[in-house]
Design a protein around this ligand. Structure first.
Ligand code: Z5A
Ligand code: MG
Length: 212
């Protein structure tokens, strides 16, 4: 940016199938960065704290039914309602580690059969991640990790379709991480890549927008 601009934080997103380790790894990454004196915050989508988020939460726990298009747009709205505060944080120099983002939105809805371009459209103009970690885990291995069966999308056949859709969304910002490795080994890889990305953002890489 211009001389005198405060260097900005990085937008780092974690994606992957259920049980691939996104939440565990995001928490660890934030603690690690904070330990180095880097300003970092943990965010997640859906953000179940807003009124839109509460509607999504009730849908996910099968307490309510919604048309596939409707829930897709609510997930997107839940990111739009956070867009300006995300941008403010980044500009103030805080790095955001985000557990799921637009890729989850498109992968899950298109796995149900919705048109993928239709699914991407409402995400256009949201902040583009500087780095996406895709925690790559075969759906069968994910199912073995346990805890399946609670929420709406936690079925092996559906998770296989989601994996196929994620595959179509990969771009240059993605790093594919082998999520079968032990937690510590995965963490080591994320640390180094995240630090590189934070350095690049500090030295003036502009914030860009998704899918324009
Ligand atoms: N969804 C959508 O449809 N559209 C959208 O736009 C968005 C989301 C944003 C809720 O998400 C659902 O919303 C989700 C997608 C959909 N649907 N499904 N299914 P969520 O983020 O709230 O889901 P979650 O409940 O947090 O769980 P998760 O994401 O499935 O899990 P995770 O965060 O990837 O994994 P984890 O909690 O870190 O770890 C899972 C277990 O594995 C745990 O016991 C760990 O100790 C263990 N683990 C983790 N790493 C390892 C390694 N390396 N080795 C062995 N064991 C490990
Ligand atoms: Mg999680």
């Amino acid at each position: 940016g211009k001389k005198g601009d405060k260097s900005r934080g990085a937008l780092v997103v974690l994606e992957g199938l259920d049980r691939s380790g996104k939440s565990s790894q995001s928490r660890r990454l934030v603690s690690y960065l904070e330990g180095l004196g880097i300003s970092a915050e943990l965010w997640r989508f859906p953000d179940r704290n807003t009124s839109v988020g509460q509607t999504i939460s009730s849908y996910l726990s099968n307490k309510s039914q919604l048309d596939d298009h409707t829930i897709h747009l609510l997930f997107s709205a839940n990111r739009w309602e956070k867009r300006s505060s995300m941008e403010d944080k980044l500009k103030a120099g805080t790095t955001l580690i985000v557990d799921r983002y637009s890729y989850s939105g498109v992968a899950f809805s298109s796995a149900k059969g919705l048109n993928i371009e239709w699914c991407k459209a409402p995400e256009i103009g949201l902040l583009a991640p500087d780095l996406v970690f895709y925690l790559d885990l075969p759906p069968e291995k994910a199912a073995e990790r346990g805890g399946y069966g609670g929420e709406r999308y936690e079925h092996l056949d559906f998770q296989r379709k989601v994996a196929e859709k994620y595959h179509l969304l990969r771009d240059d910002s993605w790093k594919i991480i082998d999520a079968c490795l032990p937690i510590e080994d995965v963490q080591k890889q994320l640390r180094d890549l995240a630090l590189d990305c934070i350095t690049t953002c500090q030295s003036g890489k502009p914030i860009s927008q998704l899918w324009l």
